[in-house]
Unconditional design. Sequence first.
Length: 388
Amino acid sequence: MGGRLVNPHGGGRLRPLLLEGEQLVAERSRARLLLKLTVSSRERGDLIMLGIGGFTPLEGFMTRADWEGVCDRYRTASGLFWPIPITLSSQASFAAGTELALTDPDGGAPLATMKVVESYKIDKNKECSSVFRTTDPAHPGVAMVMAQPEFNLAGPVKVLSDGGFRAKYGALFMTPAGTRAEFARLGWSRVAAFQTRNPMHRSHEYLAKVAIEVCDGVLIHSLLGNLKTGDIPADVRTRAIAVLVERYFRAGTVLQAGYPLDMRYAGPREALLHALFRQNYGCSHLIIGRDHAGVGSYYGPFDAHRIFDEIPHDALETRPLKLDVTFWCYRCGGMASGRTCAHTTADQLQVSGTQLRKWLSEGNPVPAEFSRPEVLEVLREYYARAGS
């Protein structure tokens, strides 16, 4: 234990764009006088990540040259490695130099101010083909891009708010500076991030414990932004995770936190983005399991493993911990993976998220080999409330 944490992406310092103190008061006052543009939920998440330094070293929303470079070569116009465009859309074009107040889609509060440097149109099919590897409108990420207004706006931002995440989630909403400080306090330098948008079941627990064997600790990092219909809300999910950590992990090996993005469901490209911003949070590794950030059958189960071998070695300091599908094997008598288990699927308990939600919503029993009883208790309580 001990040693140096990975550098923020780009090699410099963290660059949080959220104003503080007198600057914040003055800019909020100025924002009231500016033209207003309501952002989408996804754009709000991106803005808050810019604010807290999660998207270091970006200074705002990408230009057309950045967008094209990221789609084609995983690089912005300046040569910075970046796997998914971070863009702002608008119904209208604005002249360069126009200043805007960017407002929350829920309630209209000012989130940021922005100085427009460019308005441009994009080829949405190109973005979808590059980022999602499909233009199928049934893909939730494709649907999101296709629904965007006609123009993109580029320019630097000054962020004015955390979008209410701190008020809603309290200490769970940690900034990159916050996780880095906590890792330093714990004496961690090799830290694995576990990305989740679901409650953790025994297979996830197993993955995290494998990572603890080779690292100083694990950051269980829950997505707090929007999901697709049917996914379990963040407050329920994080409560279930807290119970699991308290009962089944050794003290001092796990930190649970959340981050403010919406899911894009971009599979391999999103795995790269997950590694990039975990580098900003101070994580040396990202656990990559089966179908990371995938949806449906748009990606192969291990495409997110392979993509890390296709990028330049120096693109990211955060490295993948590539782990196989995990499950309970009745013949092994415990948790196992595709790499360690010699038995057939008939001996393995593999439960899809869809199947689990069906069991829970119908009040049916869930095998103890799949999920810890304390986790199921939290989930059953949620489904009972949701169904009443």
